[in-house]
Design a protein around this ligand. Structure first.
Ligand SMILES: Cc1cc2nc3c(=O)[nH]c(=O)nc-3n(C[C@H](O)[C@H](O)[C@H](O)COP(=O)(O)OP(=O)(O)OC[C@H]3O[C@@H](n4cnc5c(N)ncnc54)[C@H](O)[C@@H]3O)c2cc1C
Length: 404
């Protein structure tokens, strides 16, 4: 009897343990009919409206206003937002598919789409009050652009160390400080701002605000000139005695760090999808070139070393894509950090192979390879540097192992 009981409980433990393992390790690549439809729609849009103009936008460093407006017209600037506020109510994977496709055609537009949705619109949609959604969300699904101001000149990866201050003044707050690298702040209408009400409390003293960018005391800096995603913009934001009502606080004072971290989990999915799109563009560019270029009497694509490179590239693209889709389906820090780490690293490597396959033309600005190469590099920096992603994976890997 005792043996049978022991066997039963052992079996139960094994079953629970296996179920947990499956929850962590099981994943299907199957897209739904609706997701396939979304992918196809955005793919067509990208091929017609973005890909032909991406090189020019990059060359001129021109913000893709018109393209963003077209994306807003078909709902993608509020892809995951509740339809009550003008959104499409999609899941994260559908948004990731859209970001991937848009980034394949124009990396700058893909990055802007990703940041507006994953870091601004989703935050207000998921954490905002009805009043905040009315003011900071409804128009932002229709073409107004939202931003996310977390980084500072002296606090990038070290988020708990932010120096922007928030001081309570009756039923208002006064914000003072400087934010750096705020994507779309030049063109945007509102931003999420993180500030501390007590720096001694470190991450427990952070407040998350919604701030209209035309508020008195908000000053936008000049566009940062960067090597990649050159049609997108980022600038510093100086906040001098910016007075906002208590009703602009998201969540409770002290919850800002948790809100920021939750949103960065989403942002990593977006930047991973963006990196997949850039990788796919580099692979497509390399294949087309290798097929038409003749060397030693035959097409480059027939040379074993070139085929080998193309194989390596496609394995990297597929690996990044699988990890990104998993991260978008099973949202947890380890998954999104792993996806961003791998997709960013692979995008840089795939773009490098593309340049190599194209020889001298790979370096020429007449071709797209050098643009993909420049665009790929930033995916290892914005949304959180690769080194931090690796630390997060390591941390959660050990925790997960303890729980099994
Ligand atoms: C084009 C662009 C757009 C951006 N858009 C936004 C935006 O919209 N909103 C926003 O808030 N921010 C934005 N950023 C800022 C971006 O998120 C930061 O640049 C990034 O988080 C890294 O911070 P940092 O530049 O201060 O680098 P640092 O934190 O100084 O890190 C520099 C390097 O130090 C090493 N390092 C630092 N900390 C660690 C650690 N703990 N472990 C291991 N290695 C470490 C890494 O090698 C890292 O690459 C943007 C940046 C760029 C370039």
């Amino acid at each position: 009897m005792a043996t049978t009981a022991l066997n039963k409980s052992t079996k139960a433990i094994i079953l629970v343990s296996c179920t947990k393992r499956l929850a962590v390790r099981y994943f299907t690549t199957q897209l739904t009919e609706k997701q396939l439809d979304i992918q196809k729609t955005v793919r067509n849009f990208t091929n017609e409206q973005l890909k032909p103009y991406a090189a020019k936008l990059d060359r001129e460093g021109r913000y893709p206003y018109k393209e963003i407006k077209k994306l807003a017209d078909v709902g993608f600037m509020g892809a995951c937002v509740d339809p009550e506020y003008g959104g499409l109510g999609y899941d994260y994977l559908s948004l990731a598919l859209a970001v991937e496709e848009v980034s394949r055609g124009c990396a700058s537009t893909g990055m802007l789409l990703s940041i507006h949705n994953f870091l601004y619109a989703n935050l207000v949609n998921e954490k905002g009050t009805p009043e905040q959604k009315e003011m900071f969300l409804r128009n932002f699904t229709q073409g107004c652009i939202g931003c996310f101001a977390l980084s500072e000149p002296d606090a990038g990866s070290d988020v708990a160390n932010i120096g922007t201050t928030a001081t309570k003044d009756g039923d208002h707050w006064i914000i003072n400080g400087k934010k750096s690298w705020v994507t779309s702040a030049i063109e945007g209408s509102a931003t999420v701002v993180f500030a501390t009400f007590d720096s001694a409390l470190r991450h427990k003293g952070i407040v998350c605000f919604l701030v209209p960018l035309d508020c008195e005391g908000v000053f936008r800096g000049k566009k940062e000139e960067i090597m990649g995603v050159r049609a997108a913009t980022a600038c510093t934001l100086t906040l001098e005695e910016v007075r906002v009502p208590n009703s602009y606080v998201v969540g409770q004072p002290g919850e800002g760090f948790k809100i920021a971290m939750g949103q960065l989990d989403q942002a990593r999915i977006g930047i991973a999808a963006h990196a997949v799109g850039i990788s796919q563009a580099a692979l497509d560019t390399a294949i087309s070139y290798a097929k038409q270029r003749v060397a030693f009497g035959k097409s480059l694509s027939r040379l074993p070393s070139v085929q080998d490179r193309l194989t390596e590239m496609s394995v990297m693209v597929e690996t990044s894509r699988l990890l990104t889709y998993r991260a978008a389906t099973q949202v947890m820090t380890k998954n999104s950090a792993m996806a961003k780490y791998v997709a960013g690293r692979n995008a840089a490597a795939v773009a490098d192979h593309c340049v190599q396959i194209m020889g001298g033309n790979g370096l020429s600005t007449k071709y797209n390879a050098e643009r993909h190469y420049r665009d790929a590099r930033g995916t290892q920096i914005y949304g959180g540097v690769t080194d931090i992603q690796k630390r997060l994976v390591g941390h959660f890997l050990l925790k997960e192992h303890d729980a099994l």
